[in-house]
Design a binder for this molecule. Sequence first.
Ligand code: G6P
Length: 614
Amino acid sequence: MCGIVGYTGKGDREAAPILLQALARLEYRGYDSAGLAMGNGHGLVTRKLAGRVAALRELVDRLPVQGASGIAHTRWATHGAPTERNAHPHTDCQGRIAVVHNGIIENAEALRAALVHAGHTFGSDTDTETLAHLIEDAAGDTLETRVIAALEHVVGTYGIAVISGDEPGKIVVARQGSPVLVGVGEREYFVASDASAILEHTRSVVYLNDGDIAVLTPDGYQVLDRSAAVQERAVDALAWDLEAIELGGHAHFMLKEILEQPDTVRSTLRGRLQGDGTVARLNGLNLSAADCEAIRRITIVACGTSWHSGLVGRQIIEELAGIPVHVEYASEYRYRRQPRQSGGTGATLTIAISQSGETADTLEAMRAARGNGSRVVGIVNVVGSTIAREADGGIYLHAGPEIGVASTKAFTSQLVALALLGGYLGAQRGHAPDLAQELVCALTRLPDLVAETLEVEPEVQAIAEQWAESRHALYLGRGLNFPVALEGALKLKEISYIHAEGYPAAEMKHGPIALIDAEMPVVFVAPHDHVYDKVVSNMHEVRARGGRILAITTQGNGDLSRLVDHQLRVPKIMPLLSPVLTVIPLQLLAYHVAVLRGCDVDRPRNLAKSVTVE
Ligand code: G6P
């Protein structure tokens, strides 16, 4: 949610092209306005507008800015409409200080009133601008001491980068609740909301902690605490390939990421299955056999697509490990007053699922769970992210960077990670050994079955052509495939703006059936399992009311052509893993419908990939 970048170097390279390219890589975090600010030796120059990074690039081509350091921003509006005046960077009254910000200043109204009273003039409606004016007034000899002093007045979350016309080449960075890291290059230093923005320049990064202040100059960097004492922070090496953040000939990141799933599933499994048919020790979890034995209940907290994977995970873990699991929206969990868990720290395990590892609500839910006496583990894709660092342990997805705003490959890898976790916990507790053996065998075949499932794409494309004009759609499933129905509906509404609802198939009779007519496409997620026949009965009920049906079933299932308009078959697999396959046609359907409707698939309106504000 909002992307910030910064660059400072010795003058070997111009900053503007580096900032613009890094900003384009962060556009998935927000794309309603963009801007940059640079020092030109006399003062600061800013360029900003409402619109995309590409438009900012054109503006900078027309009105070039020169210099070897600067900051830039791509915005997802919170306070103030997405207009040029609200685009970052924001400056103080003199135009000597410029700030880019990701997060929310919660006491902005009060600060603004006080600053206006003191004679400051505001040029935007944003919360961010208060920071520039606070720094303008703050006491201190250096930009960093003034930033530290200014932040004492601030309540809220922020990742900020600040420059001053009086200290050319210096960038001051501060972090409180919003991700920001420092990139360490040769004779040059970077700031970014996430590592993908600077991957082509350096693989050495310093992840900042809440409370950290970083000071970058062309000669080096330092991390300080709020009393300006120097802090030691490790330099981590990035493992991602540059290829992973390039389109590589695909029209959209979403399609690229859907098609990558055989590899990403393989990557999540790598080194985690053993020849004897068991799940390998998941070392990163930091759970001993005694710890696994002591768990009495599990709570999963997550948002969006990750919440859907949690719903599948509940059933997987309950069956494989015999532990009761609750799944909660992180945003609800964090504000609910809860009775303190009985049984001591080890009795409750909280699992935070998050692709980005930065979702504000999931992070806070995880912290709340810990405060309530729970051990917490993360299922996270982004290495070094805040959730990954704060959890007591966890499982990395290793799915590579996910850039498309609509999550696809992270979902299937999350399901695989949850299956591994279920199998591992079950083995430690001696629960359902035969099922675990079957699971490991099925997981071994899974990447190839994902590849086979992707072969439905031409059929899906043909269906998309018939359905692209729909105004509504209903997605139905049961058991493990009810969350897949939710996920299919979410994918469609996110990127094609067609209203879509996911529902448990049997619940349809308690409401959604009233919506069914010849205009209403209904997707049934009905692989072969113990409720298949029941779901076929639900198809009859829809058919009897003239609804149009797409059924996702399993190869070898009976021919439903008299009952449904379209039938897509996925390969046979044990029911616990069927969601990994059944979701794929739904991802492809949403993608092709959105493309046919002319939607901007990778940048759907109003959405951002990484929701770092609550
Ligand atoms: C946003 C994204 C979704 C994602 C959700 C949770 O809404 O658009 O794709 O599922 O956040 O994100 P997380 O990174 O925590 O999985």
